[in-house]
Write a protein that binds this ligand. Structure first.
Ligand SMILES: [Zn+2]
Length: 436
């Protein structure tokens, strides 16, 4: 028998419904453990891999191919990856974990001679829904290694936001809230590139996908019940769009928080950000090791077109102007200054008149009460940037004025902005008041 450990009275319904929606029973952590200990009792020691009692570590291309063939038969699987990226531009993929209703496995992505192709094929298999928690980095690494974006994908962190578990909930916290089980966190900061991996490390790694099955089953049912499945699908389209993973150097400036006012500053920002991206990519080191974000912004606003001018910037280390990078930056600044302003993207007008700022504050209150009332994380309804743009323009092209977000919040935001709606406090709670 399979036991599902979901807290609260809805557990039984969730379980029953999830099974009818996704044929096949999702094993719970407990069931998995039983399976493992059964194997231990049988004396299966996994001699091949040398990992003692843990026997589901995949280290060869052939084993991986047969595992992926089995996984491809399931409409839903869970996936997670462990990687290192502290010292590199491109993350180093170390371990891949997957679970189906029948089994949970770990793949040693650093095993000598292993070809991960069958895994990548599974990731793009349209018949298999891949469930991740906080999928972005996992997708990014797969995109970088194989040039494919996993599809279709379900991100439990996004689903949790849509269902009111707060902004960007961590895996452990979500597992605990949905299943009542508290995952072990001891190996969270483990070095996944060291070999051999210990049995404890592997057990920890696999727990990242086993509990995810229960979390998915519960959230999926809840989404359907509340008619919010489409909300998640919409987010998944963005998450799986190649544009999201476009790291072409000429677009690197878009990811910076720096706001510039003058076209000249923008041109320099674009050139310096592009240079930094290229340098980080070609040396495979993090962007911040080349130049900190603050320094990029500082250079854009001061446009030092000579080493002497560069030396006056406080955000750069002493003597930097004499280095090769110093010379490169001066050259990038000069390229920026030489650009035809007509070819630059349009700079958004500053929206910082005091009236606008007050409007944004009021919109924030409306957003907060909407988020609480409907149990949806505010972050997924609208960003502060959205609010600023709505305050400035009724027809702003922002997420909050489209689709379900407009229904839930955008319409009310416009009504508030134009005085058709007011906010008041009644018995200690903020309420909406219609005005005519
Ligand atoms: Zn993990």
């Amino acid at each position: 028998m399979t036991v599902i450990r979901v807290r609260g009275t809805r557990a039984a319904t969730w379980f029953a419904m999830s099974n009818s929606l996704h044929p096949g029973v999702f094993l719970t952590a407990k069931a998995c453990k039983n399976k493992r200990s059964e194997r231990r009792k049988r004396g299966d020691k996994g001699k091949k891999t040398g990992y003692g009692a843990f026997m589901d570590l995949i280290t060869t291309t052939a084993e991986l191919a047969s595992v992926c063939a089995r996984f491809a038969k399931h409409p839903v699987i869970t996936v997670d990856t462990e990687f290192l990226r502290e010292t590199t531009y491109y993350p180093l993929l170390c371990v891949i974990q997957m679970a189906s209703p029948d089994e949970a496995i770990a793949i040693d992505a650093l095993a000598e001679g292993i070809d991960l192709n069958s895994f990548f094929t599974l990731m793009s298999n349209e018949g298999v829904l891949k469930v991740f928690h906080a999928a972005r980095q996992d997708i990014e690494i797969i995109w970088h290694q194989a040039g494919i974006i996993p599809h279709p994908v379900f991100d439990t962190q996004v689903a949790a936001m849509v269902l009111g578990y707060g902004d960007s909930i961590a895996y452990d916290a979500l597992v605990e809230r949905v299943t009542g089980h508290r995952p072990d966190k001891t190996h969270r900061f483990t070095d996944w590139s060291r070999r051999p991996l210990t049995a404890e490390q592997l057990e920890y790694a696999v727990a990242d996908v086993t509990h995810l099955r229960d979390v998915f089953a519960a959230l999926d049912v809840d989404l359907r019940k509340r008619g919010r499945s489409d909300w998640v699908s919409e987010e998944m389209e963005i998450l799986t769009s190649p544009k999201t993973y476009d790291f072409h150097p000429e677009r690197a400036w878009e990811r910076l928080k720096t706001r510039v006012r003058k076209p000249k500053d923008l041109a320099v920002l674009m050139e310096v950000a592009a240079w930094r991206e290229q340098e980080a990519q070609s040396r495979n080191i993090p962007r911040s090791r080349v130049l900190k974000d603050d320094a990029v912004g500082d250079i854009a606003t001061h446009a030092p077109a000579s080493p002497e001018r560069l030396a006056t910037l406080r955000s750069l280390p002493k003597g930097f102007e004499k280095s090769q990078w110093g010379a490169d930056i001066v050259a990038a600044v000069q390229r920026g200054l030489a650009r035809d302003p007509g070819t630059l993207p349009k700079i958004e007008k500053p929206r910082n008149n005091s009236n606008g700022a007050a409007t944004v504050e009021l919109l924030k209150v409306l957003l907060r009460m909407t988020s609480e009332r409907h149990a949806v994380a505010s972050k997924i309804i609208a960003t502060v940037d959205d609010l600023e743009r709505i305050a400035a323009d009724d027809k702003a092209d922002v997420g909050a004025l489209h689709g379900w977000r407009r229904e839930l919040f955008g319409e009310a935001a416009l009504a508030l902005k134009h005085g058709r709606l007011a906010l008041a406090i009644e018995k200690g709670r903020v309420v909406r008041v219609e005005r005519t």
